[in-house]
Design a protein around this ligand. Structure first.
Ligand code: MRU
Length: 357
């Protein structure tokens, strides 16, 4: 594993202009293998999002945008109006592939609302869609870095931080959200130590966050998800950081399963809790987090577990596998965005920030 190094300029998702298709780091294989998959069929891009070749809210948003560009190139429509109708069908397929992340629907809407079919040739429309998708990809990196610089002020020299899931470069086009803030503080010279929640059942923390931290050189220990309460209650943690897949208008945060219990334990021990999200994750159309659709994934992700080569669960067991939970706004200290750090009352302050004020 030592030899698998990531080229720091490499993006999690990018368009290949020579081959005309989407390149995705296959996150299912890390940390064992660093492999880049190539897609020229938008149906396959939908599959890659659903099967979590690519995951993390900002990363799947940009992947869907490039998927829509592929759909535009693949469409056999002979008028701009028919092309638009084909794109609506493809966009719906992508929206349903992972229903919780707001970035996905946000990115698709940005493209569909950003193109004007009238007075355009089909060729020009296709190019315009690809250009919009590329702009979303470039903005993702720029805004994440802006957010990291803003959020880094929250981290003090010597902090030990619990982090949930993977919110680093792999969860975005590059750099990431909550892990990006931690990395920025580290690169600014602060000593930090990260306790990495392993994040059952897909182990995004143990596999991906640990891999990223190792490459950047940030010290860390992997902990089981259910050890977080112990570390918080024994005074060993100064901050909790995570990202989000969707933030409702009242500041409720929907994020990877386990976030709620982590925030509860942190709150009970007066440890500050920060969610780091680009404004593309904030959904002002939903009043609170209970209205967010929670993706229910295949129970096999929970059941198909082996220890020492032996299956853990009795044959025929059933499982439930919600991929996300809802952390109520009262448990959050602040929400970090690219436009500023938002403190309660979130109901009032989120809207202003999303509008860029
Ligand atoms: O199921 P995943 O791996 O796509 O879930 C990802 C998360 O929950 C992240 O914490 C979230 O997308 C924020 S990442 C920038």
């Amino acid at each position: 594993l030592e030899s698998i190094f990531w080229d720091i300029s490499m993006r999690t998702v990018e368009w290949d202009y020579d081959l005309a298709g989407v390149k995705l780091i296959d996150q299912r294989l890390l940390p064992g293998e660093l492999k880049v998959n190539f897609y020229q069929d938008h149906h396959q891009v939908v599959g890659a999002i659903r099967d979590m070749v690519v995951r993390g809210a900002p990363a799947i948003g940009v992947t869907a945008a490039f998927g829509l560009a592929l759909a535009a190139f693949q469409s056999s429509a002979d008028t701009p109006e028919r092309l638009m109708a084909d794109l609506q069908v493809s966009a719906q397929e992508m929206r349903e592939s992972r229903p919780t992340a707001h970035n996905l629907t946000w990115a698709l809407d940005r493209i569909l609302n950003g193109i004007e079919a009238s007075n355009q040739t089909i060729g020009k429309l296709r190019i315009a869609i690809l250009e919009l998708a590329q702009a979303l990809a470039d903005d993702d990196v720029r805004l994440n870095q802006q957010m990291a610089r803003l959020g880094a002020v929250l981290i003090a020299d010597g902090d030990t931080i619990i982090h949930h899931c993977n919110t680093g470069a792999l969860a975005a086009v590059d750099w990431g959200t909550a892990l990006g803030v931690i990395r920025m503080a580290f690169e600014q010279g602060r000593k930090v130590h990260v306790l990495v929640d392993e994040t059952r059942p897909r182990l995004q923390g143990a596999r991906l966050t640990a891999w990223e931290l190792k490459q950047v050189g940030i010290p860390y220990d992997i902990i089981t998800d259910n050890a977080a309460g112990y570390f918080l209650s024994t005074g060993q943690v100064q901050k909790v950081f995570f990202g989000a897949d969707r933030v409702a208008a009242n500041g409720d945060v929907v994020n990877k399963i386990g976030t709620y219990m982590l925030a509860l334990a942190a709150h009970d021990n007066h440890v500050p809790v920060y969610a780091v999200v680009p404004s593309s994750t904030i959904d002002l159309s939903l009043a609170n987090g209970r209205l967010v659709p929670i993706e229910q994934r295949n129970p096999a992700e929970v059941l198909d577990l082996e220890v020492a080569g032996q299956p853990v669960t009795p044959v025929g067991s059933t499982a439930r596998n919600p991929a996300f939970d809802i952390t109520p706004n009262r448990l959050l200290t602040a929400i970090v965005t690219e436009n500023g750090i938002i403190y309660p009352p979130f109901e009032q302050n989120l809207g202003r920030i999303v509008a860029g004020n």
